[in-house]
Design a protein around this ligand. Structure first.
Ligand code: G6P
Length: 534
């Protein structure tokens, strides 16, 4: 061991993409290690725990990078997904994982390492998912995967084909991935439904649930765990599953659920919702549920992701890679799959074939409805121009549209950095109404439906206090238009399907406001596409 300062150039844990920077390279080596290294004269150049690993590797480096890595990895506590490069041999990358995802992409004359296969779209379709305690070495033309323990037999390797389209990796004619993905929603919903709706059964079918009809019929309750946008989709799912399938549902933040020892009734099905299939908290919640002996399902977008592999069964969204950090098409695809799941479970319980068939037909009409909703883009941009300098926004909706209000507020926060609160519209009188003034716009989700009159009276309370209102209303609703400063119309659809269309103007509003504020729409500050650390 040397006591001389070790320059970073000796060995560096390098990051290439946004997926790596904020997610996979996070590790938790003991702080005491960094103190020990400092005592030995090592000067740290960053404040990240990742550098401790680079410095440790440098300390153990004696010509052979792989053997230094093999010595250092057993010293680390916590989770890691590492890509290690030495400037002495820049054509070689060593990868290692424990707890954080790592996927190897196999190209021609080039190979890749990423924490999320979406990062490989446009580069290769062939991937190998690394497992914990495995290391890999990549050169331009060759790659190998080994067990960290050299005494173990070489791991069996399965190369998987990912179903990308050629256009998935570029923005096409769109300025940003987020906008492209917003516009892809009609197609994403078609893909989510493809082959899953049956007129004969007046129901939906899923290939990978891995639970027989008896088990599903005997289920008394469902707990949904998820994070971020997927959590909001889960909340829509709660309304859908309770109303259509008459199953009691609880939705929990995965980060809370994993450390809570809530009593869970027998016959409870656990459902994890996750676009990436790699979110650390959702994975931990899933594992905890399995440990307790509950059947688990997952709704994932990324095929072959850790959660997709570890759940007992699941449903893929087939939304295609989502590259923009702010989730858009994954949200509507999740809601679509949850609606189909509610239909499927409802048909086992309380729904007649007539009711089932009506839902099947209404679902089939949704891609066209989304397409029609996208025509609001220009109107939304003009409204964004009016309000983009506001410092606070309220998003208000009731019933099925309460989770959409939360999601609208989240979209605005994520990409424009404006403070926004999503609330059930009637709840605002218990606090948030104090925020209302002439500078604070309220976005009201107020299409026609069972609670229209109630939401209207909530809206009037805001107007009475001088707050400007942007209404998302049913097409041609003059009554609403007369009450508010600005209105965005959405096509009339049955109430249980309103989240799918109402989400669109809110995504576009966040997009245009962020653009006008000069924000980096696809890569908002401090956020990562998949969060593989706690
Ligand atoms: C991150 C992303 C969000 C996403 C959340 C959950 O915070 O920035 O867009 O909703 O993770 O991700 P998941 O992949 O589990 O749906």
């Amino acid at each position: 061991m040397t006591s001389m300062p070790i320059p970073m150039s000796e060995a560096t844990a390098t990051v290439w993409s946004r997926w790596f920077i904020t997610a996979s390279l996070r590790t938790t080596p003991r702080l005491s290690t960094s103190f020990r290294l400092q005592e030995q004269g090592v000067r740290f150049q960053t404040a990240t725990d990742t550098e401790v690993i680079a410095q440790l590797i440098a300390q153990h480096l004696n010509g052979d990078l792989m053997s230094a890595v093999r010595k250092v990895l057993p010293l680390l506590k916590g989770t890691y997904g590492l890509a290690i490069v030495s400037p002495r041999d820049p054509d070689v990358i060593i990868g290692a994982r424990l707890g954080s995802p790592l996927v190897l992409g196999i190209g021609q004359g080039e190979n890749f390492l990423a924490s999320d296969p979406s990062a490989l779209a446009g580069h290769t379709n062939k991937v190998v998912y690394l497992h914990d305690h495995q290391v890999c070495i990549l050169g331009r033309d060759e790659w190998t995967i080994q067990d960290l323990n050299p005494d173990r037999a070489p791991p069996s390797i399965s190369i998987e084909d990912i179903d990308w389209d050629v256009g998935d990796a570029d923005k096409g004619t769109f300025e940003h991935f987020m906008l492209k993905e917003i516009y892809e929603q009609p197609e994403a919903l078609e893909n989510a439904m493809r082959g899953r709706l049956s007129d004969t059964d007046a129901s939906a079918h899923f290939g990978g649930l891995n639970l027989d009809t008896q088990a599903l019929r005997g289920m008394d309750r469902m707990i949904i765990t998820a994070c971020g946008t997927s959590y909001h989709a889960g909340l829509v799912g709660e309304y859908l599953l309770e109303e259509i399938a008459r199953i009691p549902v609880d939705v929990e933040y995965a980060s809370e659920f994993r450390y809570r020892n809530r009593p869970i009734e027998r016959n409870t099905l656990m459902l994890a919702i996750t676009q990436s299939g790699e979110t650390a908290d959702t994975l931990a919640a899933l594992r905890e549920s399995k440990r307790k002996g509950h059947p688990t399902l997952a709704l994932c977008n990324v095929v072959g992701s850790t959660i997709a592999r570890e759940a007992d069964g699941g449903v893929y969204l087939h939304a295609g890679p989502e590259i923009g950090v702010a989730s858009t098409k994954a949200f509507t695809s999740q809601v679509m799959v949850l609606t189909m799941l509610a239909l499927y479970l409802g048909r086992m319980r309380n729904l007649s074939s007539v009711q089932g068939l009506r839902i099947v037909e209404e679902l089939r009409a949704m891609p066209a409805m989304i397409q029609r909703t996208l025509a609001c883009d220009d109107a939304v941009r003009r409204i964004a121009e009016k309000y983009f300098q506001a410092n606070n926004f309220l998003y208000l909706g009731r019933q099925y549209l309460f989770p959409v209000a939360l999601e609208g507020a989240l979209k605005l926060k994520e990409i424009s950095y404006i403070h926004a609160e999503g609330y059930p519209a009637a709840e605002m009188k218990h606090g948030p109404i104090a925020l209302v003034d002439e500078e604070t716009p309220s976005v009201f989700l107020i299409p026609r439906g069972a609670v229209f009159e109630k939401v209207m009276s909530n809206l009037e309370e805001i107007k009475a206090r001088g707050g400007p209102v942007i209404a998302i209303a049913s097409e041609n609703d003059e009554e609403v238009a007369q009450q508010v400063e600005d209105v965005i119309y959405m096509p009339e659809v049955p109430e249980y399907l309103q989240p799918l269309v109402a989400a669109i103007p809110l995504q576009l509003l966040a997009y245009h406001i962020a653009l006008l504020r000069g924000c980096d729409v696809d890569r908002p500050r401090n956020l990562a596409k998949s969060v593989t650390v706690e």
